[in-house]
Design a protein around this ligand. Structure first.
Ligand SMILES: Cc1cc2nc3c(=O)[nH]c(=O)nc-3n(C[C@H](O)[C@H](O)[C@H](O)COP(=O)(O)OP(=O)(O)OC[C@H]3O[C@@H](n4cnc5c(N)ncnc54)[C@H](O)[C@@H]3O)c2cc1C
Length: 429
């Protein structure tokens, strides 16, 4: 494995620092330069990455930085940050149970911890912790097992009893008749990061190493002859490549259909909500253990929260009212004070829900064509490790050891990675 921060950025990159901010502030802010270039597409690249979301940009960054592959284009049909990377509720954690998942998410956590130094970009990474509430003895035992598994993978976890949790979160409704709160599984190193800054930071870092980031460039087809992919058709013309790496999250089914492939993935809407700004009240991230509700507080003071997917297949980036009610019911069950806060805004994003709730980072049956997707609603926290492992696969031809379980053929082999134990039901993962 490569070191987490091995090569220094090229000297031509404008470095950000407190001194630079001070100097620009005193000289009329005339020295800032655009954060990335706007190049026209070349006719050929070593690697084309389809999709300029977090995962595509992270892949480009690690390809250039860790593997020295810089003749790379990221093709984005909209603008950088327009997809789920700029729509999620920003939760970062590595509190998984299964051996196929936990080492991958812990690798991601370690990359998050060094991300701002690596990118020289303020991603507002805030390790305020996450606590998963438990509401029964059986759930406590399950969380104890998960916490032990996390520790075996080098992650941190603390099982809190009710007294310990009360100290941290006195405002929770411990005596709720239906869902009494008995304690929580706490991961202190978890937290939140500012999602669009993550996209911009990766874009800037990849661009600075020579990667072409091409916005408003939709991939409309693949050039495939004799089982080999040699490029893509785009809204800005045909571009050839030695390798094509698809990374389009909620559009996975539609894009891979252009290569004649059907995926074990459905697209669903997931909504997010933000309240008016409040004084600091939520210490980190809190998740409801008997329903689906998660909440944190942004630096501006808004409560940022969400819950279940809308539950029907859709490519629309907006949701419906029954889920708004369901999410708010979840919030009221654990912290009734949330009923006093006014909702400020809400939006939807497109989730690539896989059949076992786990992702794919793999070659496809077409030579030269690679696929990364199926992130469900956990893909933001995975961004660094997804880019790291996808870059490894593209550069070496071999799956990274931390992503070895994320094979496309796992439903044929039976080696599914079903973290929830819910079966082949995307709406339950
Ligand atoms: C409301 C909401 C809350 C969430 N909360 C969390 C959370 O708290 N924690 C967490 O870990 N995860 C969360 N997620 C999930 C996470 O955001 C996604 O799993 C992750 O962002 C997906 O990867 P990405 O960033 O690469 O996707 P995207 O940003 O969606 O990138 C894919 C890109 O591909 C582009 N594209 C599509 N088709 C084409 C084409 N034909 N040609 C060129 N480009 C194309 C799209 O325009 C898009 O920009 C949440 C998601 C949503 C919607």
């Amino acid at each position: 494995m490569h070191s987490l921060c091995s090569v220094k950025p090229p000297v031509t990159v404008m470095r950000y620092s407190a001194l630079k901010v001070l100097k620009e502030g005193l000289t009329g802010n005339r020295g800032w330069r655009p954060v990335w270039r706007e190049p026209d597409p070349k006719t050929h690249y070593d690697v084309i990455i389809v999709g300029g979301g977090g995962h595509g940009l992270a892949t480009a960054h690690y390809l250039a930085k860790e593997h020295g592959i810089t003749n790379v284009a990221v093709l984005e049909k909209g603008w950088i940050g327009s997809g789920n990377i700029g729509r999620n509720t920003t939760i970062v954690r590595s509190n998984y149970l299964l051996p196929g998942n936990e080492p991958f998410y812990e690798l991601s956590m370690k990359l998050w911890e060094n991300l701002e130094q690596d990118l020289n970009y303020n991603a507002m990474m805030s390790q305020r912790g996450i606590v998963n509430l438990y509401h029964s003895d059986a759930q406590r035992d399950a969380y104890a097992r998960r916490g032990n598994t996390m520790r075996l993978a080098g992650a941190d976890s603390v099982l809190l009893d009710q007294a310990g949790l009360r100290e941290m979160c006195p405002f929770l409704d411990y005596d709720n008749a239906r869902f009494p709160i008995k304690g929580g599984l706490w991961q202190p190193r978890a937290g939140t990061a500012r999602h669009d800054a993550v996209a911009w930071g990766y874009a800037r870092a990849a661009d600075s190493r020579g990667v072409d980031i091409i916005q408003n460039c939709e991939v409309t087809g693949f050039t495939i002859n004799n089982g080999k992919c040699s490029g893509v058709d785009t809204s800005r013309g045909r571009i050839s490549a030695n390798k094509v790496a698809v990374c389009v999250a909620g559009s996975s089914g539609r894009v891979m259909a252009q290569a004649g492939m059907q995926l074990p993935i459905e697209s669903h809407v997931l909504q997010a909500f933000v309240s008016e700004g409040l004084k600091p009240v939520i210490p980190g991230v809190i998740t409801f253990g008997a329903g689906h509700f998660y909440v944190s507080q942004s630096d501006k003071g808004g409560l940022v929260f969400g819950g279940d997917i809308d539950g029907y297949n859709s490519y629309a980036q907006r949701g419906n009212l029954p889920v708004v009610e369901d999410v708010c019911e979840g919030g009221m069950a654990i912290m009734p004070m949330i009923g006093r806060a006014r909702m400020l805004r809400m939006w939807g994003g497109l989730m690539d829900m896989s059949m076992d709730g786990s992702p794919f980072i793999d070659k496809t049956s077409v030579s030269g064509l690679y696929f990364n997707g199926g992130w469900c609603y956990g893909g933001f926290k995975a961004t660094p490790a997804s880019g790291w492992c996808y870059a490894h696969l593209l550069a070496t031809g071999q799956p990274h050891e931390s992503a070895a379980a994320y094979r496309l053929d796992r439903f044929m082999s039976g080696a599914v990675v079903d973290e929830r134990g819910a079966g082949a039901q995307p709406n339950l993962h």
